[in-house]
Ligand binder design. Structure first.
Ligand code: ADP
Ligand code: MG
Length: 496
């Protein structure tokens, strides 16, 4: 995160907020001559000057700045509907640029990039810079695959974590290892890895998947094994199970930790004997499919908690493929690469097929700062949303919308963190923590994000005893002082 410093001159709160969007250190004054003093003392990177001071005062500001050799870029900020012609005059006085009004605020990002001498900001590739043909895009996209795994399945990444996982995928796929276990938080690419193994091992056979958490015990059993007519009430005809449907292909048992214990025992028998019977059936059916189990829970801990069978765990855990969380130090470096990859392969906007988009440096900074509790899936969604909203060919900071309620790591349910033990005070504490976290603990920006004053933010940080090292929802509800309950959550409404 950049440590740029901005001086905002004028008393328009919109201009202060604009400055806070780009700087963790904003100094505000409503007097242009005072501003010169501040400029001299703090040597800022940018000055935002309200055009309402009028030509005379602004000209005086530039004259004095010149005399003091204060070579600081100044951007004059206009109000909606003000005279555009004025920009030339401001430029002649020495202004770096002029924003016509709120609709033009978005341009500040590009101005800052130009000032900071990085006109090719973002993660543009040479191909994108030199030409924007579709062929070039595809070519550059392929450079981001650590390995083009198999057919349609590609895993983007160049971090050690992904390279290790890719190596394991190839090794395991090329072996006779069966069953195969893939572990990792939700959204880390377990299903993608399973499909890659399938395509490498059985390119011409079926891939079938079932989520063990989505079905009741009885349904899951008949889904897996099938049943014969009359096996139970409602079984009015024979049903082929997924084990049989997979044939010589692959069956993915997603979220295996959620499989009921008695079904775990039946699965173990299939893995050992390679045969099974339909529910209510008497005939042994041979199972020749590769069985892949995936889990976002720590299976060893599940065994210790007596929720998962030890024998099945040992059978599965022969050479597990581990997918690291995106935020982990070993995989974090992939964030910008994945973002660019999704930018290039996204099909969310079919009407923008030839539009090669890139990300501004500030947008990449925002992506890199986030913790990605929903991992690659969350990142993909953020990029899709940005593409959908973007009207230019470059995605800037304002296009990056990260859901602040997504705070519980490894949670499939975005509101889990809030609903587990819900109270207004707890939710408020959580939102404040998130805002601070999102803004790298810059209180001015966090307050702006939350739509509250800095003073209110300070009071709440103290009240809830929030610190960098406290978890968002740490501390029992009883720890939250009673007074907190009377603070209207609505004050934080802009976050949601
Ligand atoms: N390394 C990667 N490269 C490209 N896309 C990925 C990668 N990892 C995950 N994805 C994408 O992220 C999304 C979530 O991946 P998925 O395999 O469903 O995760 P999981 O099964 O662990 O929840 C999918 O759209 C997938 O294609
Ligand atoms: Mg999955």
């Amino acid at each position: 995160m950049s440590s740029r410093r901005i001086v905002a001159v004028g008393n328009d709160p919109d201009v202060h907020l604009l400055a806070q969007q780009y700087s963790e250190e904003v100094l505000v004054t409503d007097d242009p001559l005072d501003a010169l003093d501040i400029v001299r003392r703090v040597d800022p990177d940018l000055v935002l000057l309200d055009h309402r001071f009028g030509h005379t005062q602004i000209a005086e500001f530039f004259r004095r700045a010149d005399n003091n050799h204060a070579d600081i870029p100044v951007v004059v900020v206009g109000t909606d509907g003000c005279d555009i012609g004025a920009s030339i005059e401001f430029a002649q006085m020495g202004a770096r640029d002029y924003l016509r009004g709120r609709d033009d605020y978005g341009r500040l990002e590009h101005i800052i990039e130009a000032i900071e001498g990085n006109p090719q900001a973002g993660v543009q590739t040479a191909e994108q810079t030199n030409g924007t043909s579709q062929a070039n895009t595809k070519e550059s996209a392929s450079r981001f695959f650590a390995e083009d795994l198999a057919g349609s399945v590609s895993m983007a990444g160049k971090s050690q974590a992904v390279l290790d996982a890719l190596k394991m995928i190839r090794l395991v796929a090329g072996s006779r290892c069966n069953p195969i276990l893939i572990v990792g938080e939700t959204g880390t690419g377990k299903e993608l890895a399973a499909k890659a193994i399938h395509l490498l091992r059985h390119p011409n056979d079926s891939f079938v998947a079932v989520n063990c958490a989505a079905l009741t015990a009885t349904l899951l059993e008949s889904e897996l094994f099938g049943h014969v007519k009359g096996a139970f009430t409602g079984a009015d005809r024979d049903k082929t199970g997924l084990l049989e449907l997979a044939g010589s292909g692959t069956l993915l048992l997603d979220e295996i930790s959620e499989m009921p214990m008695d079904l775990q025992a039946k699965l173990l028998r299939v893995l050992q004997e390679r045969t099974f019977r339909k529910v209510g059936g008497v005939k042994d059916i041979v199972c020749s499919a590769t069985i892949i189990a995936s889990s976002n829970r720590n299976l060893k801990a599940e065994v210790q908690a007596n929720r998962f069978r030890r024998d099945l765990y040992y059978r599965l855990d022969v050479s597990p493929i581990v997918l690291a969380p995106l935020r982990s130090p070993e995989r974090r470096a992939d964030v910008s690469l994945l973002a660019e990859y999704f930018l290039q392969v996204s099909t969310i906007c079919p009407e923008k097929p030839n539009k090669v988009m890139s990300l501004t440096r500030l947008a990449v900074e925002a992506l890199e700062k986030h913790d990605w509790p929903g991992n690659v899936r969350e990142l993909r969604n953020v990029i899709d949303r940005a593409i959908l909203l973007e009207t230019t060919d470059k995605i800037g900071l304002s296009g990056i919308v990260i859901d602040p309620t997504l705070c519980a790591h490894a949670s499939e349910n975005p509101t889990a963190g809030l609903t587990k033990s819900f109270s207004l005070a707890k939710a408020e504490r959580e939102l404040i923590f998130r805002a601070l976290h999102e803004t790298g603990w810059q209180k001015t920006r966090a307050a702006a994000l939350l739509g509250i004053t800095r003073a209110t933010l300070y009071a709440k940080v103290k009240q809830y005893n929030i610190s960098k090292h406290s978890h968002a929802s740490a501390g029992p509800t009883e720890d939250v002082p009673e007074a907190a309950m009377s603070n209207p959550i609505s004050e934080l409404a802009p976050v949601c």
